[in-house]
Design a protein around this ligand. Sequence first.
Ligand SMILES: [Zn+2]
Length: 172
Amino acid sequence: MPDYVIQRSKRRSISLTVRPDGMVIVKAPLNVPVRTIDGFVESKKNWISSVLERNADRIVLKESVPYSLAELSEKTKSRIDDFMLNYPGKMPNAIKVRPRKSVWGTCNSKGTISINSFAGALPDELFEYIMIHELSHLEVLNHNKYFWNLVSYYLPDWKERRTKLRRYSIDI
Ligand SMILES: [Zn+2]
């Protein structure tokens, strides 16, 4: 059975979570005996191992490891500038850099692109994918086939890049 930590409180049911660092947390009512909790964890052991396996591939980007948020934003801005020097397509009206928890970039109908401050910490191929994705939205605002055709024009391997990008998460 996996190791776990019990957090008891005035609650009615038992719940189980696996934290990104791999710690298994069981939240339980005050009066439930440990053997009941053991049984509960045992019954979930396959699910727990699948979550742990998935987590093993995950890369969590954090502020201050290795850069502070301000440094990250600067780095991201200069990567964007470098990227735009060679970009031959339609130009945005503005590119903003903002820390976001779960979105790498956005593009609105006014032609303003917003890029996550943490994007500058990604490998080149993933940074490029985010840029091409958002810049392509200047032509096609939704994710229809014309949009993906345009992305493919610049990055024929965009699907692989998108899959790799999904391994990354942001902790802010
Ligand atoms: Zn999009």
